[in-house]
Design a protein around this ligand. Sequence first.
Ligand code: CMC
Length: 430
Amino acid sequence: MSETAKIILGEKEYELPVITGSGGEKAIDITKLRDLTGHITMDIGYKNTGVTTSAITFLDGELGILRHRGYAIEDLTEKASFLEVAYLLLHGDLPNKAQFHEFDEDVREHTLVNEGLEGMFKAFPTGSHPMGQLSSMITALSLFYPKSLNPNRPEDAVNRTVLRLLAKMPTICAMIYKKRNGHPIIYPKNNLDYVTNYLNMTFGQVSMDHYHPDPVVVDAMNKLLILHADHEQNCSTSTIRMVGSSQANLYSSIGAGINALWGQLHGGANQQVLEMLEVIRQDGGDVKKWIIKAKDKNDNFRLMGFGHRVYKNFDPRAKIIKKTCDDVLNKLGVYDPVLEIAKKLEEAALTDPYFVERKLYPNVDFYSGIIYRAMGFPTDFFTVLFALGRLPGWISQWQEMRKQKQPIARPRQIYIGEKPRKFKFMQDRD
Ligand code: CMC
C-alpha cells in the first residue's frame, strides 16, 4: 500500500498522499488540502515546500551530493565540456559523438546577434551594472524574434529558440564586457568551441588575428560554468518556472531569472564576496574582527559566500572551486592577497561555534570570484558569469515546466490587514 500522511483538524482526520522521489526524499501532497479542509499551508520563503517534481537535478544537502540527470558533479566537472553538460541537462542524457556534433553545429550557427541590439548600449548609462544590461538584452531578444512569443509552438520551433538563446548568450555577455571598456565588439568565430569563442569575444582584440587563451583559463572556465549549470529549485530557477507558468516566452522568463540571480543573497554574492575580502584586506586583514561582526545580530554584516538554504554539511561545488582556485592561480603565477584572507576566514568560521551550530559552510560563491579576477574579469561582472553557466539549467527547467503543463503559479496568503470598514469622504476624516 502506498504511504499516506494523516492530518487532524478539530474532530476530523484527513489522509494525504505521500510522494517519494527516486533519491528517497518524501513529500506530503497537499494539492487537495484546501478543498478538503478549508486550510492552506504557510511556509514563508518556501523553506519546506516542494513546487514540482523534476528529473533534472538531484541534491542532498545533508550529504553534500549534487547530480545532474544521475551524473555526479565531480565527474562532470572533471570529464565533460560545458556544452556536453548543457546537452545533458536539456536532453536528459550525455550525447554520443554524432549527437554532440549536431548540437554543437546548431549552436555555432546562431551565435550572431541582430545589429539592432547594439543600439541598446546607447541607452545604458556609463558604468551601469552588467546584470541590468544582461537582463534587458536577453528580454529584448523576444522583440527580435516575435514568433518566439508563443511558447506553445511546435517543439521544433521552441527548440530553435532554445538554441538561439544558448548561442547568443556568450555573444551578449562579451558585448557587455567590451562596451563597458569602450572597446569595439568582437564577432563570434564559429570555428572555436563554445567556451573559447566566449573568451575570444571577451579578451580578444579586433587587431588580433588569433587570440590564444591560456588552456588553464579555458579549462577553469569550463569547470566554473559546469559548476553553475543547474541547482534545482533555487530562487532564479523558481522565478523562471513561475514566470514561465503564465506562458511568458522563453527570453522574458530567462530575463526574469537573471534579475532574481542578481540579488546579493543569490548569484550576486560572488561580487559581494570579493568586495568584502577587499574591505577586510584594506582594513588590515584581521579576520577575527569580521567574524565577530558577522555574528553580531545588531550588525547587518554577513559573511558573504557562507551558508546555504539546502547544503547543511558542505557545498560540493565549493570544494571543487577551492581546488580549482589554487590550481589556476599557481599555474597562472598569480598571487592574490585576498586568497590568503579567504582561507583564514574559512578556517576561523569553520571552528567557530556560531557557524558550526548553524551549519554555515563556504558556498559556490566564496572562491569563484578569486578565479574570475585572476582571469581578468572585473568584480561587477562575476554574476554575469554565473548567469552564463546557469543558462542551460534555466532553459531545461523552463522546458520541463512546459512539458509538465504546470498550471499558473499562484500562491495564496493569509490576510492580516484591516477588517472591512466604511469609506468616509475626506472632509469627514479626522
Ligand atoms: N553570515 C552570518 N550569519 C549567517 C549567514 C552568513 N553568511 N548565513 C546565515 N546566517 C545565520 C542567520 O543569521 C541565521 O541565524 P539565526 O538562526 O541566529 O537567526 C541562521 O544562520 C540561518 O540563516 P537564514 O538566513 O535563516 O538561512 P537561509 O536558508 O534563509 O539563507 C542564505 C541562506 C544563503 C541566503 C544565507 O546563508 C546567506 O545570506 N548567505 C550569505 C549570502 C550568500 O553567500 N549567498 C549565496 C548562496 S549560494 C549561491 C546561490 O545559490 O545563489
